[in-house]
Design a protein. Structure first.
Length: 322
């Protein structure tokens, strides 16, 4: 069965533009509309009627769209969302994919929470309206029907840098994840700013790229130490898993944590306290983040117009890795 993405590809337009056309938007020019409709006809594409009926009559279902379930971070976040959804008498569907967003495009759900960098800003901007509100956790968008609930990433980096500088560290490196991650890149920007305020610099040579997993942290730090005899006395990691992998690599190279290299993570996943040594980190109230996102979405569904800027608390946790 042809998808909207297939139609967009054949018509040589974006998925968002194809969605606009299928939803009867007046913003699209006639030549573009004709091109999209012709592509849809040739491919035999039909918008899902059941989805439209569900949307018309309300489904009482909330969608949570993730890029994947890898890692322990998401459990508490999901629990926070689910608790609020159940309290409101709704159900929740969780969708994880890199490019297929059919439930979102065809609006099977009454509203959506997004933590998926594969979904473009353009698509979300085209879908959001007063009957289909969206809450994003991983980007900033200017749209009256989209609210963002973001973590104070830069504050966390400031706390980490203050701690390490107080410990006497003057050269601090950073373990980053995918460049596509909003939170990861916000933390990278935050550590650069915090170091600059201390008169210090994050050198390009002290920036390690991994992919947020423990094994990637181990392999990336292992490669870094093999290639560099001169290295920082401390690293901050964009998440705990990479930090724990880096600790293992440092130890495998015969060096000690924190005596030779100190480590600070971010998230405070359950395993952080059991690492050897236990991991200093920035604690994110993940359950509260999920609850706040869901409550905001329900406020939007109820057409409440006043929204307080949500503040998700974080806390610096000093353990034995620094």
């Amino acid at each position: 069965m042809a998808t909207l993405k297939d139609v967009a590809k054949k018509a040589n337009v974006s998925v968002a533009t194809a969605s606009y056309v299928m939803n009867g938007s007046e913003l699209i020019t006639k030549p573009t509309k004709d091109k999209v409709m012709l592509a849809a006809k040739e491919l035999g594409y039909r918008p899902n009627g059941n989805a439209k009926n569900l949307k018309k009559n309300k489904s009482n279902i909330i969608g949570f769209f993730l890029s994947g379930f890898t890692g322990p971070f998401f459990n508490e976040l999901l629990e926070g969302i689910q608790r609020t959804v159940i309290k409101r008498g709704y159900e929740m569907v969780v969708c994880a994919s890199d490019h297929k967003h059919r439930l979102l495009l065809e609006q099977y759900v009454d509203g959506a929470i997004i933590l998926n960098y594969h979904i473009s800003d353009e698509l979300l901007d085209s879908l959001a309206n007063d009957k289909f509100p969206i809450v994003v956790l991983d980007r900033e968008l200017e749209n009256p029907h989209i609210n963002q609930i973001l973590l104070p990433n830069k504050l966390g980096m400031e706390q980490a840098v203050n701690h390490l500088v107080d410990q006497g560290h003057q050269r601090i490196g950073f373990i980053a994840g995918s460049i596509e991650s909003f939170d990861g890149e916000s933390r990278l920007e935050g550590i650069k700013e915090s170091l600059a305020e201390k008169g210090l610099t994050l050198y390009d040579s002290d920036l390690i790229r991994a992919d947020f997993t423990e094994i990637s942290g181990l392999l990336s730090m292992n490669k870094f130490l093999e290639e560099n005899s001169d290295y920082p006395t401390a690293f901050v990691s964009a998440n705990d898993e990479m930090a724990m992998g880096a600790i293992k690599a440092i130890q495998q190279k015969g060096r000690k944590v924190p005596e030779d290299i100190a480590l600070v993570g971010f998230d405070d996943i359950d395993l952080a306290r059991y690492a050897q040594p236990s991991l200093t980190t920035i604690r994110v109230q993940k359950k509260q983040w999920g609850q706040t996102a869901a409550e905001t979405l329900f406020d939007m569904l109820e057409n409440k117009k006043e929204f307080k800027e949500a503040e998700i608390p974080i806390e610096f946790i000093h353990r034995h890795s620094s």
